[in-house]
Ligand binder design. Structure first.
Ligand code: GTP
Length: 598
């Protein structure tokens, strides 16, 4: 029985604790690739991921390991993304596994994201195999970390492998622990087909390719299949294993992990978390845990000067084919013209899409300040969902408003508790409780408005704690709140792209901060440029960009011609990143400054 020799597992870890490095070592150790081929970390293969050092898109790989018991095992390693924005994807890849290797940094210990991931794994009834990494560091304290794992998570950790993924130390212990501790998959290969989709991407030849874990039954090339959440039907054109790279096989059976293609045109017909079953003999129940992903954060994306709107639409369409969590629809802005309202899982997801548009599609984008969805209960008895601050009805039409709130847990050394409490207070947080993990470390639980979290809350926590604290959050619901629309006027013109919804008590402070920041980034013009922040018709802050002095201009004349040309070219280059609003040139970075206010 071949199931006995299969192990399906994930690696979970806090960001930077060494997940990718360990994955590389496991691949190397099982002889899949020579170290020359390993020059690039193969699991994190998107450029952006490598630069940011985080895993976004999942990768899966099949390793063959000859264990000390003399048997050959198939180890399917399913990678998980490493950021709170992608928790649902993490939970679906964990659902494809029987076990998880928990990597804990021997110097840093357990952090909030580690815990969040452990809870996700525990929810899936996974066997958790703790591994302590970076024992080569002088600051490593493996014994304390073992105790921490036992105390905080309640996991037996005395025999946890102590490794250095960087130096390739004790990697075999990890492989042996996987074989010994992670249970073999079960499930009847002759039963009714149920396969979990844990990732998908678009391939221009094969259509959407789904990464699947077969839980029951068998799927073959030529089979007619049905997606249980969407009811879409397809005929399987190819199945196979990820060895790495796609290796076609005749079939995949209960316990197997692999890929499936079926000429599927759009990712939205092949959703992560959905169950694939047979069209002719469908299963009665889908596998548990499917959720339709919902966007939490919205922003407008507009072409920068000279950029074509249609190019942005084409690029967004291409990205969406691969990213079911990205939504967009056309919208118009008085200041910026035609653009799109885009929806994201969170702020990181938003930044990633912006960067991909700029890099992979070479587009110049202006993004408006991000917003969450507010519920507006109107005096006429109706309720509207507000995604774009510009569409806020006049105060006379509003009975009351609600905003989304999250439950946040912040893990921090006790030294920074004061600083974090102050920060949370500033962000309208409601203190829930404080949990001691050890004498020097706590978890603070807060209820916070999502619109305070989406901006730079994570960065603020990091900077206030020298990077020691970590954050995890989940949406809790909606709460009633006194909210107003804060507008920015440049040269007396309202720039709708800067409008944002803020709490009444925050309007003054935020308006002032934004006005000050804009003053610094908007260049001098031939005339004075007033910058104002307003709530309704009331101006609450004002700054002025002084007019350009004549002698600055004089510099542009005279001198040799080549220098002048260079100067002109440089100005043109600078121009490209500007947006003209009324008669004022506003640089692209101005639109970003509104995001940061601490
Ligand atoms: P995400 O993909 O963001 O989840 O990060 P990760 O957990 O995959 O971390 P990654 O493997 O990229 O490692 C993070 C950093 O730690 C890198 O700079 C590694 O070189 C370093 N690192 C990994 N393992 C070790 C180790 O055993 N010892 C030391 N000293 N450094 C290590």
């Amino acid at each position: 029985d071949k199931q006995k020799f299969i192990r399906n597992f994930s690696i979970i870890a806090h960001i930077d604790h060494g997940k990718s490095t360990l994955a590389d070592r496991l691949i190397e150790k099982t002889g899949l690739l020579t170290s020359r081929e390993m020059q690039e970390q193969i699991l994190d293969n998107m450029d952006l991921e490598r630069e940011r050092g985080i895993t976004i898109k999942l990768q899966t790989i099949r390793l063959v390991y000859k264990a000390k018991d003399g048997n050959e095992y198939i180890l399917n390693l399913i990678d998980t993304p490493g950021h709170v924005d992608f928790n649902y994807e993490v939970s679906r890849s964990l659902a494809a596994c029987e076990g998880a290797v928990l990597v804990v940094d021997a110097a840093q210990g357990i952090e909030a994201q580690t815990l969040a991931n452990v809870y996700l794994a525990v929810d899936q009834d996974l066997e958790i195999v703790p591994v302590i990494n970076k024992i080569d560091l002088p600051s490593a304290r493996p014994d304390e970390i073992k105790e921490e794992i036992e105390d905080v998570i309640g996991l037996e950790a005395h025999d946890a492998p102590l490794i250095s993924a960087k130096d390739g130390l004790n990697i075999e212990d990890v492989l042996e622990a996987i074989v010994e501790k992670v249970p073999a998959p079960t499930g009847d290969k002759d039963g009714t087909l149920r396969a979990l989709i844990f990732d998908s991407y678009y391939d221009s030849y094969k259509g959407v390719v789904a990464y699947i874990r077969v839980k029951e039954g068998t799927v073959r090339k030529g089979d007619k299949i049905k997606m249980m959440a969407t009811n879409a039907n397809f005929e399987v054109t190819e199945v196979g294993i990820l060895a790495p790279g796609q290796v076609p096989m005749e079939k995949l059976s209960a316990g197997d992990v692999g890929y499936l293609a079926a000429s599927i045109k759009e990712v939205k017909n092949c959703r992560v978390g959905d169950t694939i079953t047979s069209k002719e003999h469908p299963a009665e129940e889908p596998l548990p845990g499917y959720k339709k992903v919902v966007s939490m954060v919205y922003c407008g994306m507009y072409p920068a000067e000279g950029e074509d709107y249609n190019n942005i639409r084409d690029a967004l369409e291409k990205l969406q084919v691969n990213d079911a969590a990205l939504t967009f629809e056309p919208e118009t802005s008085v200041a910026l013209g035609f653009g799109f309202r885009c929806g994201f899982l969170g702020l990181l997801h938003m930044e990633i899409i912006q960067e991909r548009l700029e890099r992979e599609f070479d587009l110049n984008i202006i993004a408006t300040s991000p917003s969450v969805i507010y519920n507006i209960y109107k005096t006429d008895g109706t309720m509207m969902k507000l995604q774009n601050p510009t569409n806020m009805p006049s105060p006379a039409e509003i009975e009351y408003m609600e905003e989304p709130v999250v439950k946040a847990s912040i893990m921090t050394p006790t030294d920074y508790v004061g600083a974090i409490m102050e920060l949370c207070q500033n962000r309208r947080g409601e203190f829930m409780n404080m949990e001691y993990i050890e004498t020097t470390r706590v978890i603070l639980h807060y209820r916070l408005p999502l619109n305070e979290v989406i901006y730079d809350f994570f960065d603020a926590i990091k900077s206030k704690t020298k990077g020691y604290a970590s954050l995890d959050y989940e949406l809790e619901g909606y709460q009633r709140s006194n909210l107003v629309k804060l507008d920015i006027l440049i040269n007396s013109e309202l720039v709708d792209a800067f409008s944002m919804i803020v709490h009444e008590d925050k309007a003054y402070e935020r308006g002032r901060t934004i006005a000050e920041k804009l003053k610094d980034v908007i260049p001098r013009h031939m005339f004075v440029v007033p910058i104002q922040a307003a709530v309704g018709s009331k101006i609450i802050a004002r700054e002025t960009v002084k007019a350009m002095r004549k002698d600055v201009l004089a510099k542009c004349y005279g001198g040799d011609i080549s220098r002048k040309k260079k100067l002109l070219a440089k100005q043109k280059e600078g121009k490209k990143r500007m947006r003209q609003i009324g008669s004022v040139d506003v640089p692209q970075e101005a639109f970003l400054t509104v995001l940061k206010f601490d």
